[in-house]
Design a binder for this molecule. Structure first.
Ligand code: SF4
Ligand code: SF4
Length: 72
């Protein structure tokens, strides 16, 4: 999402792919298309678009995502 960039290299978003079960919820709830599902795993495809809203963290059933809102 090139039109709504936040700051470069400051997002605290972390994805632990080992915990990901590929449910796809993070791809559905993220307002900035930070995630894509590839080969049954979520991938961070645009971390600099993350606004640290926490929606992905709140919806991930396996706690595979971490973010520290307000830091970035
Ligand atoms: S914190 Fe919000 S903007 Fe960042 S990846 Fe998660 S849902 Fe998307
Ligand atoms: S919500 Fe969690 S388990 Fe589901 S695809 Fe995203 S990271 Fe993986």
């Amino acid at each position: 999402m090139e039109s709504l960039r936040y700051l470069e290299d400051v997002s605290t978003l972390i994805l632990n792919e080992d915990f990901c079960i590929g449910c796809g919820l993070c791809t559905q709830v993220c307002p900035h298309s930070v995630f894509e599902l590839r080969n049954t795993k979520a991938k961070l495809v645009d971390i600099d678009a993350c606004i640290e809203c926490g929606a992905c963290v709140n919806n991930c059933p396996t706690n595979a995502i971490e973010v520290n809102p307000g830091v970035g």
